[in-house]
Design a binder for this molecule. Structure first.
Ligand code: FES
Length: 140
């Protein structure tokens, strides 16, 4: 299987501008006691396979990327490429992979394992639980 690359301009890749945005409704999440809790009724970007949100700031200790996989299941990753630029990641729709937004395009499978690029290590995948309309991500 070939690697599919997200279509981004060289300008976006040089500056490390990720395609994935912060939540459209900022009040859709909170972080307490090591848990990132997301209200799926308000996190509209996570309703469609290939959709994603990046969570960062406030009291969240790490940047987190949450994606809706091709199977409709949600997955959460430390949003930090392990290559030395430590850029953010984006899902590549239709592939169940996530890809660094930099020029080197390191790419990881749905388990966080490297499948392309110069990155030396896997990215951390965080456990996710669903409780009705809440998605709970345990941040370690
Ligand atoms: S920072 Fe991700 S490939 Fe370099």
């Amino acid at each position: 299987m070939g690697i599919k690359f997200l279509k981004r301009s060289i300008f976006q890749r040089l500056l490390g501008i990720s395609a994935t945005t912060k939540p459209g409704i900022d009040g859709c999440w909170n972080f307490a006691d090591g848990k990132l809790t997301i209200d799926l009724a308000k996190a509209l970007e996570l309703k469609t396979p290939g959709g994603a949100i990046r969570f960062e700031g406030n009291n969240l200790p790490k940047r987190v990327l949450v994606v809706c996989g091709e199977d409709g299941e949600h997955r959460a990753f430390h949003n930090r490429c392990t290559h030395f630029g430590h850029r953010r990641l984006d899902p590549v729709p239709g592939t169940d992979t996530v890809q660094c937004c930099s020029v080197n395009k390191s790419t990881y499978d749905s388990g966080g394992n490297k499948i392309f690029g110069p990155t030396p290590r896997p990215i951390t995948r965080y456990p996710v639980e669903k409780d009705q309309e809440k998605l709970i991500v345990s941040i370690s």
